[in-house]
Design a binder for this molecule. Structure first.
Ligand code: HEC
Length: 423
């Protein structure tokens, strides 16, 4: 029988599928045009109004592309627009956000230790913040700062840092990163929907009436599309981050978030430069690597077990001379049964959880040991599990798990991904 839960699960998959496909189409066409634009050649005797041209070879033929800046003298009979790639990415992403984070708000969105929100409040903040973000960004671009692209970029970066911090004050870390991604993606799509395409339509209308279009529209479109260019890679990172607890559920997740936006700039700068045939700024890779290492370091800087937690002295705080007591499996088992088993069980008892999430079963000793690395990442180094700390796991319990984890011989701690696939 088709239970609602089954339909819902497939719906989530369908929208994810659609979202990934549309995003590939959008980003693909956007990267293509950025590279094309930067690589255009000028030569003498180009037709009137042509600012550059390029020859390309692909799929068994040659393409001869010429760019008219701002517009050709006459409107061509056939025009291909690029807009639905962007719109459908946003629409499918919005649907996916509602399916995952609004309908699953209790686990994924609301973190009662941060803010005790009602469901409707959480949804209002989630959706409303996306719209408000666009309004602020758009006002910044339309202000006099629009003439000073670098200052504008800096302000935009500060806006993103503030929003990263802000979302983390309200939502679970997981939802915080997802939302800053959605916030950025909303700006990008709204740039296409509310600025670039409408301006383009004005130009087309002018051409139809035989008027000369205002070059200002070209400049505005270029500014917005440059922002989109630098924002693309961070958005993808943020959308994927919910699979990596160190990224979203560690203490400094909002700083990690901010650094990702810098990596978006350093990586794009490299490609923009080579596409413009201005050399190979390899230093950008060194900077990118340094930022990435800083992110890794930050993610482990302040784990929930305490940054000064030492394996050797917690259990024996009363008696500093004694050796560390080994943590027995019974103790670990008890913690797991109380804090995790309600969901990670063949027959979960948690409302809305119908089967063990991600097929992670934590019932037998073997299953718990097999998942040791994941338990370490999700519940010791980060607060990813239990979600929103739904079962009120304590810091001491996380410390006990840490101790147990440290006791497991390295040989048994193969990378968990490999072991999972063997199971
Ligand atoms: C309230 C229900 C609930 C509780 C309690 C819970 N989990 Fe989870 N767990 C989930 C859900 C839901 C997911 C799937 C998350 C997702 O979709 O990314 C999950 C996923 C996981 C994963 C797999 C993550 C991945 O990305 O592969 C691990 C490991 C895990 N939980 C460990 C734990 C541990 C350890 C505890 C106890 C300390 C725990 N969970 C408590 C609901 C729960």
């Amino acid at each position: 029988m088709l239970e609602i839960a089954i339909i819902w699960d497939w719906l989530a998959f369908a929208f994810r599928w659609l979202h990934v496909i549309t995003a590939i189409a959008w980003i693909g066409s956007s990267f293509y045009f950025i590279a094309l634009d930067l690589g255009l050649h000028k030569r003498p005797n180009l037709p009137e109004g042509v600012s550059g041209e390029e020859w390309q070879v692909h799929g068994g033929g040659f393409y001869h592309i010429q760019k008219y800046q701002v517009a050709p003298p006459n409107l061509p009979t056939q025009l291909t627009w690029f807009k639905w790639e962007s719109y459908s990415t946003w629409l499918s992403g919005f649907a996916l956000m509602a399916i995952m984070y609004w309908s699953g708000a209790e686990l994924y969105l609301i973190d009662r230790s941060k803010m005790d929100l009602e469901l409707w409040q959480a949804i209002l903040i989630s959706g409303g913040s996306l719209a408000i973000g666009w309004v602020i960004y758009d006002l910044l671009c339309k202000s006099r700062l629009g003439q000073r692209p670098i200052t504008l970029m800096l302000l935009l970066f500060i806006l993103l840092v503030v929003m990263s911090w802000g979302y983390d004050q309200i939502f679970t870390g997981r939802a915080a990163l997802l939302h800053i991604g959605a916030f950025t993606a909303t700006i990008m799509t709204a740039n296409v929907f509310l600025i670039i395409i409408p301006n383009q339509k004005i130009v087309v209308a002018d051409l139809k009436q035989g008027k000369k279009p205002n070059p200002e529209f070209g400049r505005i479109g270029k500014l917005r599309s440059t922002h989109n260019n630098y924002l693309t890679l961070p958005v993808i990172f943020l959308m994927l981050s919910n699979h990596y607890p160190l990224a979203f559920a560690s203490e400094y997740n909002w700083i990690i978030c901010s650094l990702i936006f810098l990596m978006g700039v350093t990586i794009r700068h490299y490609f923009n430069t080579i596409h413009a045939r201005k050399g190979h700024p390899n230093w950008t890779w060194a900077v990118t690597a340094m930022i990435f290492i800083a992110i890794m370091w930050l993610s482990a800087l302040k784990p929930p077990i305490g940054d000064d937690f030492e394996l050797s002295n917690t259990r024996t705080a009363d008696d500093p001379t004694s050796h560390v007591e080994l943590v027995g499996f019974d103790e670990v088992d008890e913690i797991i049964q109380i804090r995790c088993a309600a969901c990670h069980n063949r027959q979960p008892v948690w409302d809305q959880i119908l089967w063990a999430p991600k097929t992670v079963l934590l019932e037998t000793e073997q299953q718990i040991i097999d998942n040791a690395d994941r338990i370490f990442l999700h519940s010791v180094m980060t607060t990813s599990m239990p979600p929103s700390n739904a079962t009120f796991m304590t810091v001491e319990e996380r410390q006990t798990l840490m101790q147990w984890y440290a006791q497991i011989p390295q040989s048994q701690k193969l990378p968990f991904v490999r072991r999972q696939s063997v199971q």
